[in-house]
Design a protein around this ligand. Structure first.
Ligand SMILES: Nc1ncnc2c1ncn2[C@@H]1O[C@H](COP(=O)(O)OP(=O)(O)OP(=O)(O)O)[C@@H](O)[C@H]1O
Ligand SMILES: [Mg+2]
Length: 256
């Protein structure tokens, strides 16, 4: 099995990355040095360190003990390969997302560039940051979400943990483990609705938060014009997504 990338991005090493033998065994060992653990979750353990001298992050999938090990292994590999493929595709399209450096399918590890800054959740929870500044961050997040949607890709897990804010004020989406190429309006509406629910449940003191996200989302299209056709077809338009999001919001409000 092999994942081929044409026109690989600069500082992307196609030999160390995604190079697999037919049996699925990785040929390369990972040149990653771990410094500090950033995160220990149900599905992944994330370490910050360096890869070939570059600041990097290693995401290691964790075993799900309740699943049969063979099934867990197969599912885990499939998901990881899908995540790696989408990361390469998005980077090649010019999106500001982590650069994939290495992918070890057997060990179920991805190594990618380290995104400097803080997850959006930390900024929202920081009482010393005023609403005006927070709304700037949220507008940037909305813009980055629309940039992803313009590629005909839904994120699938738009939590405030999965949006990194850089010191320059850019919102960088991470964690493409559930992302997919899609052309159904509903799925894009749901992507926004997931974030809406999280903002309401976890950050209710930040009034107007979702409005700021939607402003950034709409502004992106105003700046760049309609999304170009992708190889799979036309991405769902900005106005269709916003309309569907409103509909989902109403539906959930009245029917739970
Ligand atoms: N490239 C990166 N740069 C900086 N920090 C990162 C990067 N990737 C992940 N992180 C940090 O690690 C955390 C977890 O990573 P990620 O969201 O990819 O794992 P996950 O799939 O959500 O794991 P789980 O499903 O177990 O929750 C992120 O919320 C972020 O704080
Ligand atoms: Mg995550």
């Amino acid at each position: 099995m092999r994942i081929v990338t044409s026109n690989p991005p600069t500082n992307f090493n196609p030999l160390a990355s995604l190079t697999l033998s037919n049996e699925g065994n990785s040929v390369e060992t990972m040149a990653f040095t771990a410094d500090e653990r950033l995160y220990l979750g149900a599905e992944a353990e994330v370490w910050r360190g360096s890869w070939m001298g570059l600041p990097a992050v290693r995401k290691q999938r964790r075993l799900r003990s309740w699943r049969h090990p063979d099934l867990d292994d197969r599912l885990g590999r499939r998901r990881m390969i899908a995540e790696a493929r989408l990361m390469v595709r998005l980077h090649k399209s010019g999106l500001n997302i982590p650069v994939l450096y290495d992918c070890d399918v057997v060990e179920q590890q991805l190594v990618m560039s380290n995104v400097p800054g803080q997850p959006l959740i930390e900024l929202l929870n920081d009482a010393s940051i005023g609403d005006a500044t927070v709304n700037d961050h949220l507008r940037a997040a909305g813009r980055s979400i629309r940039m992803l949607h313009r590629q005909a890709i839904v994120h699938g897990d738009l939590s405030t943990n999965n949006i990194m804010m850089t010191p320059e004020g850019e919102a960088v989406l991470i964690d493409f483990g559930l992302a997919k190429i899609e052309f159904e309006t509903e799925l894009y509406g749901i992507d926004l609705h997931v974030l809406f629910e999280i903002l309401g449940a976890s950050h209710p003191h930040r009034e107007g938060a979702m409005e700021a996200v939607l402003e950034g989302y709409a502004q992106c299209e105003d700046d760049l014009g309609p999304a170009p056709t992708t190889s799979g077809g036309d991405p769902v338009s900005m106005s269709d997504v916003l309309e569907r999001f409103d509909l989902i919001r109403t539906r959930v409000r009245y029917h739970g």
